[in-house]
Design a protein around this ligand. Structure first.
Ligand code: FES
Length: 100
């Protein structure tokens, strides 16, 4: 489990990037009070999705505009074609815990 911080730290519509033990980055997204964790690396050409923006439950990559649904990881707009890895999120007290 990764402690991604307090639920108060990531406001609705905002994202936070956390680093897993293996050095990979995970993007934690707040969609209307629900938290989702996806791979920070765009499956198109490896850009960081943290540099993009969250629009509803979709994150848009800043490099070529590809989009992914952060709830499912599924691609939502080209050129993204391959789904992002996702991890289950549990809220424990006020902490956002990612099950890696
Ligand atoms: S690197 Fe993300 S859409 Fe191309």
């Amino acid at each position: 489990m990764i402690d991604a911080g307090s639920i108060n730290e990531i406001k609705p519509g905002k994202m936070k990037r956390v680093t897993a033990e293996d050095g990979n980055h995970i993007l934690v997204c707040n969609v209307d009070g629900h938290f989702y964790a996806v791979d920070d690396r765009c499956t198109h050409e490896d850009a960081s999705l943290y540099l993009g923006c969250l629009k509803g439950e979709r994150v848009q990559c800043s490099l070529h505009g590809g989009m992914f649904n952060v709830r499912t990881g599924e691609p939502a707009a080209e050129p993204a074609e391959t789904a992002l890895k996702t991890w289950p999120v549990r809220i424990v007290g006020e902490r956002i815990m990612i099950a890696v």
